[in-house]
Structure formats: C-alpha cells, structure tokens
Design a binder for this molecule. Structure first.
Ligand code: BGC
Length: 391
C-alpha cells in the first residue's frame, strides 16, 4: 500500500467554542494566547517541539482502522467505541474495535495485533498513557499514524492528533459547581465552613492530573481560608488519585474516611472526578446511614445513564456531561486527515505537551449538569431519551 508523508503542518488554530459539547457555534481563526486556559501538565517537556510530527497519509479509499479502548467497565467507553465503529464503518472503513479491560499488557497485545494485521490508522484511548511507547514506536516504524482518543499518549512522537475535552476545564467546572451550590463566598463571609473529601482520577491518566488542577484552581483558596475543611488532610493529587479509576477503591476510601474522620460530624461534600467514584461514594454513604436529610453534595464526570438517574433521585448532585458522539465526530475527521491528507479542525496547539511533542488537539467543551438542567442538556441534545431517564 502506498503511503505518503504529509508536509502540511497546521499553522492556524481555532479557539474552542463555548457551546454545549463541541459542535456548532462559530470559531475564531486566531491562535489562542500562550497563557489562555490551561498549561501543559506534564513535567520534562522542555524539549518539546512546537508541533507533532507530520502525520502519514494512506492516500486511499477505505482502509482498516484499529480502535483500542481501555475498558467496558464504564458506560462511557462502550459508547465511545460504539460511536467510533459506527461512524467509521459508515464512511467505508473496516474497524477492529478492542477493549483492554484496564489491563495494560492486554492493550499492548491488541495494538501489536492491529499492527500485524496492517491497520492503516490506530485510534487509542490508553489504559496507561505512558505504557505504550514501544508499541507506538512499532506503529510509527510501520508507517501507521496514531490518534490519541480522549487520553493523551505520553512520551512518544508517534501520535499525530489528539481529540479530547478541555480536561482542566472539567475540573474547573466541578470546582465552580461546588463553589456556587454551596455559596462558598457567603459561607466565608458568615464564618461558616463545609467538610469536603476528594476522590481524583488515575495517576497514569494525564486527564486526571489536569482535572485536579482545575478543581484546586477554584477550591484551594477556600481550603486555605478554612471555608472548606478536609478532615483527612488529603487534598494533593498524589494523596487523592485512584489507580485505574477504580469504583471499589473510591468506596473503600469513603468507608474508611466516614468511619475514621466523620463519626461526629457529617461529610458535606464528596468532590469526585468520575461517576464511577460517585457510585462507590453512594454505597459508602448508604452503608454509614446517610439519608436525604444529611446527604452530601456529590460530584462526578461523564453523565453516565446511572449517574443521571442518581441525580434525579438525589443520591448524586452533579456530573460533567461530555458528548462522546461529538468527540467521535472530531476524532473521525482526524482519521480522515491521516488517511486522505485532509486537514482536521484543531483548536489547541499549545496545551498538550506529552514530554516529546506538543500534540495538535481538538478540545470539546464539558458542561456541568444537575437536576436543574439535566433534561435540557442530555435529553434535548438527543444523548439520552426521556424514557432512558425514566421521565
Ligand atoms: C476520561 C473521563 C473518564 C475517566 C474514567 C478519563 O480519561 O476523561 O471521562 O471518566 O477516564 O474512565
């Protein structure tokens, strides 16, 4: 098969539209300011080039796309994989969709098999973002372009594009939700305080680091002035990150916290980074005898169907809606770009430094949802039906 190296490197970046999800709206054509929004989270990015290496184009109709997803244990990845397969097949591609069940070695083997089967392009949402460098180098050697799906692929120059959400923005939205819902400024003025505990994402996922940064960007001042009181004292990323986003670990931590630190005083806020954590926290709260009268504010991420139902029945307060259908649309344009030499829409060329290159990215906009806007955001957009939610 003939492949050619694209010489075009995108010079023009587009600013994210502040609309629900990542579609629609108008885009500006000026490059975002260097300090606008987020910074690269990873350390050691001093040698990073300004752009990722030019993608490789297959210059052909159709072709094989390997889609490597991390797990089927949470609803969002099932939707992501399904969306990608459906959209790519509708465009005439053959799709090999694999889930690695959060097992790094299984994902490495799946990608090796895709390379051996002469895939024309790989779309990867990593289990461990830094553990795929060898197999990524093999893909590059074989001339197979790689697109990082939602999770940035770290420490490699083999990645052409990155499709994701504004990951620090997810954390900011969680922090702002808590700040507004609890009116932390009024509490501060009145000399009142709320207790809070943090359940953050996996240390091998760059998104989790950014999310924590976004949360703390909003909440740290209130921890510093005593408006928020974290009785375990665990607020740093290292102290609050949960490997592989494990719901069971979140539940266990919450049980331990409630027993060890909240015997005499209620927990007011569970700041969690993932709907799965919110389910674990819910089980721990129920086990500890919490009821609607003292149920804490519980956050999450992904607006999974179960989370939406929990929001409606009050056992979860909020989540962050990330429209995986729109994300898949953006990713598909990147597949087309590396396969056919077209140019995908990019709106960030500065933020996602993976320690080797700054990966040209399209970032969709996350939206906080709670009881007040759930139907409007997730049903009116067609993401779920009213019947799905039992409405
Ligand atoms: C994604 C989140 C998801 C989490 C756990 C992260 O990489 O950005 O949307 O909740 O993984 O699966």
């Amino acid at each position: 098969m003939k492949r050619k190296v694209l010489s075009t490197i995108l010079a023009v970046s587009m600013v994210a539209t502040m609309v629900v999800g990542c579609g629609g709206g108008s885009t500006q054509t000026e490059a975002p300011a260097a300090d606008a929004g987020t910074e690269a989270p990873a350390e050691g990015g001093d040698n990073a080039q300004a752009e990722a290496p030019a993608p490789v184009a297959a210059d052909k109709e159709g072709g094989k796309v390997g889609v490597a997803m991390p797990t089927q244990s949470s609803e969002r990845w099932i939707k992501d994989g399904g969306n990608m397969k459906e959209k790519l097949e509708a465009m005439g591609y053959e799709v090999d969709l694999q889930y690695a069940e959060d097992d790094v070695q299984m994902q490495v083997s799946q990608i090796e098999n895709m390379i051996a089967a002469e895939a024309d392009c790989l779309v990867i949402a990593a289990v461990d973002s830094g553990a795929l460098t060898t197999v990524e180098a093999q893909a590059k050697e074989a001339g197979i372009p790689i697109i990082a799906y939602d999770r940035l692929l770290m420490d490699t120059d083999a990645v052409s594009y990155y499709a994701s959400f504004d990951n620090e923005g997810v954390g900011t939205a969680i922090g702002e939700y808590i700040k507004t819902a609890k009116d932390l400024d009024a509490a501060k003025a009145a000399g009142e305080s709320y207790t809070i505990e943090f359940f953050m994402g996996s240390p091998d996922d760059n998104n989790a680091v950014l999310l924590h940064k976004g949360v703390m960007g909003v909440l740290q001042p209130y921890l510093d002035d005593g408006t928020l009181v974290c009785k375990t004292g665990r607020t740093s990323f290292d102290e609050t990150c949960i490997l592989r986003w494990s719901q069971e670990t979140a539940q266990q931590w919450c049980e331990n916290y409630l027993t060890g630190f909240y015997a005499d005083e209620d927990l007011d806020i569970a700041c969690t980074a993932f709907d799965g954590f919110a389910y674990g926290v819910k089980a721990a709260l129920q086990g500890a005898g919490y009821t609607a009268d003292n149920w804490p504010l519980v956050t999450g991420q992904d607006a999974e169907l179960m989370a939406c139902k929990n929001i409606l029945d009050g056992t979860q307060t909020a989540s962050i809606f990330k429209d995986t259908g729109l994300l898949a649309d953006k990713c598909v344009t990147m597949v087309e770009a590396v396969m056919k030499g077209s140019e995908p829409e990019i709106n960030d060329t500065t933020t996602y430094d993976n320690n080797v290159v700054v990966v040209p990215s399209y970032l969709c906009t996350p939206v906080a949802v709670d009881k007040t806007n759930l139907e409007e955001v997730v049903v009116d957009s067609g993401y779920y039906t009213a019947a799905d939610l039992g409405l």
